[in-house]
Design a protein around this ligand. Sequence first.
Ligand code: HEM
Length: 626
Amino acid sequence: MQVIDIHNHFFPESWPDLAARFGTPNWPWIKHTEPGKAEIMVGDRFFRKIYSACWDPEVRLQEMDRDGVDLQIISATPVLFAYDRPIEHALDCARIFNQAALDLCARGKGRLKSLCQVPLQNVDTACQELSRCMKEGHVGVQIGNHVGVRNLDDAEIVTFLHHCAGENAAVLVHPWDMFGMERMPKYMMPWTVGMPAETQLSIVALILSGAFDRLPPSLRICFAHGGGSFPYLLGRLENAWHHHPVARGQCEHPPSQYLNRFFADSAVFDQRSLQYLVNTMGADRVMLGSDYPFPLGEESVGSLIRQSALPEESKKKLLSSNAANFLGIKQPETQGTERNVAAEKAADISSPITPEAGKLTYSSYLQVPELLQLQHPQSIPAHHDELLFIIVHQTYELWFKELLHDLDAVVLNLRRAGEAPQSHDEVYEAARLLRRCTEITRVLVEQFTILETMLPTHFLAFRGLLEPASGFQSEQFREIEFLCGLKDEKMLRYHRPTPEAYASLKRRLEEPSLRDVFFGALQAIGKLQPSSPDATEKERFDARARAVHELYKDERNHRDWIDVCERLTEFDELVVSWRLRHIQLVERIIGFRMGTGGSAGASYLKLTLDKKFFPELWEARTLLTS
Ligand code: HEM
């Protein structure tokens, strides 16, 4: 069993002088007081004493060994959030500490992973930074439980949470910036009283606002410190919900129905509280979180759970598997039995090359464990066919990614071909890559048959849970259309909830398309005359079709360009085949029902059959005579 602590903190040993960098006062800085000890200061104010475990991986790993912790999910601390600072400063600050977290993890012998921080005051920037960080290797994000007066049910923060679900990022909500500070000047009351109340407020806001009804169940969100005072006072909330309409808010179900939508950590420091927390939330929803290595953290990490009277099975969940589910990571195999250990040894002897620990393996290179953790059926219990439905779509998206990668390279080669008309290499290369695109698309057309092994009734058993998710929201499909030249700005509206997708599509809309670059190249090599500025769209179209027509008429001299034309035409043809097979599948599975994206379903999709990426190539065929 791999023991995972999902809530603990770090500080780097040093970081740039933020006050000087941004020209504003009261930024946190670190004052080293003696070897291995330091104080965090905020401007001139003392904030907290810390020690080398915050920055020294050796110390951390030793203490993890002492406490029997295998993996720590480290995060920075709320004092660094900077949500009230100008967005550029907050982003810069986030990046400094996000990089510091990765640096610490890199020295953690595979036993440290990190949650990033984002400038949550601006949803677009926060989403972008999260996506960047996920690509860089963070496993999720730690956010403060509010931004000024905006609670977690604020529309922009909910958009950010949506984005986290889309990015498969685990979210740890940490209370901070406690209300009523003027009434809690002493005795660490902001930590002992304010923080639990802040967390309760956040959970209640997400439930009563109906945000959990709108957020995808795939969102993995955890509240620190045992969910604050929420679990203990759930009864009060439930009572108000049932008896006082004004206390109901917009949620569809009573509050107790939302306990399966979030996690809480185990930082409650008392056996009765832990037992109560598990009774309330369920043994699948509580995870080891220690607040290590801060003064209010658990001293011997994990001992509360280990010494509890919880059944062994539940202890394992709290110490290990719940966190793995929360983080979407696969756990290492548990120790094998004597028999299979012996069998492994025998296999070792006969195997010519034995993988060495720490070296690249098939699995680590391809990130197989991570890949296999990415399927999260919505049906409970999971309907047998939902896994197929997810995997088929994911496979399409992977191929779409490859298509975009190759089509971008085709654009580059055609652009270069226009710049160096004497060289034919780029034209051949464009044709070669286009052949790959057509072969991929052929597979994509075929793949629908696998989904057709699903009975309509089986799909209907879980279809309702998918709304309003729809193929309309496939960013990459739309990117392919825009990149090839089929641009429809209206389609952007389906991507408003995901600012990153929206931004990429907007960029594709504005960039010259494959079609533009192709005709630009024909112009550069003198096969297409530049059209006059006042030429109509129809005149430009006709001139382009005629240029292609000229190429075909002079086959001996233009074999390379004709090959590109043929490949583009074939690709166009195959995309139409894809559309047709998709329509047949839709009719077969849901008949003429409406789509989950709000369209008229198959009847709407039929209207897309006439769409072509490269209409001039088709028109040129009409122009050819015998
Ligand atoms: C049970 C299987 C499927 C059904 C019932 C289905 C249904 C639909 C419907 C009704 C639409 C129209 C938009 C809407 O109102 O939601 C649509 C669009 C779309 N679907 Fe599917 N679909 C299925 C499988 C797939 C698969 C496997 C893919 C692969 C990526 C896919 C990709 C798309 C795309 C990209 C669109 C947008 C098409 C466009 O705007 O031209 N669908 N789907």
